[in-house]
Ligand binder design. Structure first.
Ligand code: PLP
Length: 374
């Protein structure tokens, strides 16, 4: 063992201690208002997030999965429809499509940036295709110009899965503002995270915003009058109040993530067979995750763990090989890039408040590993 304190994969402690005083005051304020659902904090957050994301409307919902699911429902997508999703995403993107009764159609990412490859779109659409869900994976924006052009030319909707990339952009235009409706997750570990489950949608369409608001609130616009068969998926006052506090720090925290990532990239360049993350010239990367790839992934992960460094794998099994999707009849080899990524990717520790020394220690353990293994 090293004699150092263990380096966790993620630690929200330092971020929270920066705003602890404000969060405690806000907690008392919200408590004293005695209003917990559909109150002032939620509407203030929705306005502030719209300004941040440069969109017309934000609607807070219960979580990121619901944000995706409600977006599909609001666009009228359901049984008999097909929706294009990346083959290497987190399962929630795919589940949302299944929940509305549509069929997820996987397309491969490119091996350089790990985002959905727009060149693969044409071969994957059928008469049933209704929408594309680009996922800004690990915090880097997809090529939204190509995706939107393709969607427009083919009459498809675009729903961005912006769970990992708040504040990222393509050609200077923010993720979450390109699609017809866009889904955000504010799960605690996301770049903008609440203290529990939370999510939201962003859109420039008042009509779609209203539809989502109604669907998420029992199908009701006026209390006890139900226009459609809706759901209950609302952002609550406490979570909204925390998100308002954290939103003010998001870009400063993003810069910290980017600095830590560039330190990693500097120290790990040329080490072993490591493939480091690359950022497309037109994209910005907000480093929700810093993901490297190596053929010795499991050995490296075990070695790091023995030396006191915790890493995670995003994601060990691609959606098409998950037991939940056994009925889609996919087999190993159907999506080789997603499979390659799932067997070689390793996410290194990265959080707001992580020190340069901690990054240096992770890198020196990795260098030790490769010196003794090659
Ligand atoms: C986290 C995440 C979601 C789901 O968000 P929840 O708030 O956990 O429901 C969806 N898509 C991606 C890519 C995610 O990382």
């Amino acid at each position: 063992m090293t004699g150092y304190e263990r380096i966790p994969f993620m630690n929200l402690g330092p971020m929270h201690s920066m705003v602890m005083g404000q969060m405690k005051l806000k907690f008392e304020e919200v408590l004293s208002k005695n209003e917990y659902i559909n109150g002032d904090e939620v509407s203030a957050f929705e306005k502030e997030y719209s300004i941040f994301n440069r969109v017309g409307y934000t609607v807070g919902v219960g979580n990121g999965l619901d944000a995706l699911r409600l977006s599909l429902l609001a666009l009228g997508i359901g049984p008999g429809d097909e929706v294009i999703v990346p083959s290497n995403t987190f399962i929630a993107t795919v589940l949302a499509v299944s929940h509305v009764g549509a069929k997820p159609v996987f397309i491969e990412p490119d091996l350089c940036f790990y985002n959905l490859d727009p060149n693969n779109l044409a071969a994957s659409i059928t008469k049933k295709t209704k929408a594309i869900i680009p996922v800004h994976l690990y915090g880097q924006s997809c090529d939204m110009v190509s995706i939107n052009n393709f969607a427009k030319a083919n009459g498809l909707f675009v729903i961005e899965d912006n769970a990992q990339a708040h504040g990222s952009s393509y050609n200077g235009i923010l993720t979450g503002s390109w699609g017809d409706i866009n889904a955000a997750s504010f799960y605690p570990g996301k770049n903008l995270g609440a203290l529990g489950d939370a999510g939201g949608i962003t859109t420039n369409s008042l009509d779609l915003a209203n539809k989502i608001r109604t669907l998420a609130n029992y199908g009701s616009r006026v209390k006890y009058y139900n226009d459609v068969i809706g759901y209950n998926s609302r952002l609550d006052e406490f979570q909204a109040s925390i998100l308002r506090i954290k939103l003010k720090h998001l870009m400063e925290w993003t810069e910290q993530r980017q600095n830590l990532a560039s330190k990693y990239s500097h120290l790990l360049s040329g080490v072993g067979d490591l493939v480091l993350p690359k950022t497309h010239v037109s994209s910005t990367h907000v480093y929700h995750l810093y993901v490297v790839r190596t053929k010795k992934r499991s050995e490296l992960k075990d070695y790091l763990s023995r030396k006191g460094v915790d890493c995670l794998i995003h994601y060990p099994v691609p959606p098409h090989l998950q037991k939940a999707y056994i009925k889609l009849n996919y087999k190993l080899g159907d999506y080789p890039i997603a499979e390659e990524l799932s067997s070689t990717s390793l996410s290194l520790p990265l959080w707001v408040g992580m020190s340069n020394e901690q990054v240096e220690r992770v890198c020196s353990v990795i260098k030790d590993f490769f010196t003794s293994n090659f």
